[in-house]
Design a protein. Structure first.
Length: 323
């Protein structure tokens, strides 16, 4: 008995088979809707007769506004540097085995996180009403080595820096503490077995590894600090918002000056977001398989994906015609 083998006719496979991405029409519908809404909103603002954009351009680089921007940046830099150092100290106290240090750190965080920043600014701005003079001497005696009027020492500028620094230190201390707790406890034990002191372990072992967790929220705190400087207008600190308020009180162009201030805040925040991104990549190296991508890189990837999808459709159409 003989058997016959039936073979299927060979097909022409002169073209490559490419995997096309899954089509998601809902994503495109939402994207188009958002683009249309954004275009409508921009058009509504641009054609609004109640906004004089010539005034916006006139005061964008006004000397008083630029001076206010410089004051804002100076206050932010000083307050953020001091508060970060203080936050590291508070976090170390909170994680130490000293019960007095733990209680002091916990009480500090409780007080400054539990009261509004605006209230703290007002208290420091009017600190002279609580203590008329600040003196240095021997406690519980009448011996005084140095004494100065409180209002002379605590100017509005200094009071604003103190208020922002102490408030920010409370929040940053919890960020630093969470970063420390994210490091495996075996790291600390290994350092102790090598004879390293607690301070050396904290500075050389724990803190560098915790920076990967600390940097992102600390960057957000920096951005919040920049915007919180506007609250110092309540005690007449000459930052950018106070300058804009004074100008708008003279020319009655409140909306236009608010737009100027908003543009400056957005510009500052956008510039500071760049080093934050690269710091995150630096401290995250060796931990994450893929480094975080910037917004520009994400836009390029999205554009490339759209181009690949479009080319795939064209090749598919050509192959259909060839068949």
């Amino acid at each position: 008995m003989s058997t016959s083998t039936v073979t299927a006719p060979e097909q022409d496979r002169s073209f490559d088979i490419e995997a096309l991405p899954l089509r998601r029409p809902g994503r495109w519908i939402w994207a188009i809707a958002l683009i249309l809404f954004a275009a409508w909103f921009v058009q509504a603002l641009w054609t609004n007769k109640n906004i004089d954009y010539a005034v916006v351009g006139q005061y964008m680089f006004n000397p008083e506004i630029v001076s206010g921007v410089g004051t804002t940046l100076l206050i932010t830099a000083i307050a953020m540097i001091i508060s970060t150092v203080l936050a590291v100290v508070l976090a170390a106290m909170r994680l130490s085995g000293n019960p007095v240090a733990v209680v002091f750190s916990s009480f500090y965080v409780w007080v400054f996180r539990g009261t509004p920043l605006l209230v703290q600014i007002v208290i420091w701005g009017y600190f002279g009403l609580i203590f008329e003079q600040i003196s240095v001497g021997i406690p519980f005696t009448d011996i005084v080595f140095w004494q100065v009027d409180t209002n002379v020492l605590l100017t509005a500028f200094v009071a604003g820096i103190i208020a922002l620094t102490l408030n920010e230190a409370a929040y940053s201390a919890e960020i630093v503490r969470s970063g420390m707790l994210s490091v495996d406890s075996g790291q600390k034990e290994a350092a102790a077995s090598l004879g390293m002191s607690p301070l050396a372990t904290f500075v050389r072992i724990l803190l560098p590894q915790a920076m990967r967790v600390i940097i992102p929220p600390l960057g957000n705190e920096l951005i919040s600090m920049i915007k919180n400087t506007s609250l110092l207008s309540l005690i007449a600190v000459m930052e950018v918002y106070t300058r804009a308020t004074q100008i708008s009180a003279q020319n009655l162009k409140q909306v236009e000056l608010l737009i100027v201030v908003s543009i400056w805040y957005l510009l500052i925040v956008s510039i500071l977001s760049i080093p934050q991104f690269y710091l995150e990549r630096y401290f995250g190296r060796g931990v994450e398989r893929n480094a975080p991508t910037s917004t520009l890189q994400k836009a390029k990837q999205m554009t490339g994906a759209i181009a690949v999808q479009f080319q795939g459709k064209k090749k598919g159409a050509r192959n259909d015609r060839a068949q």
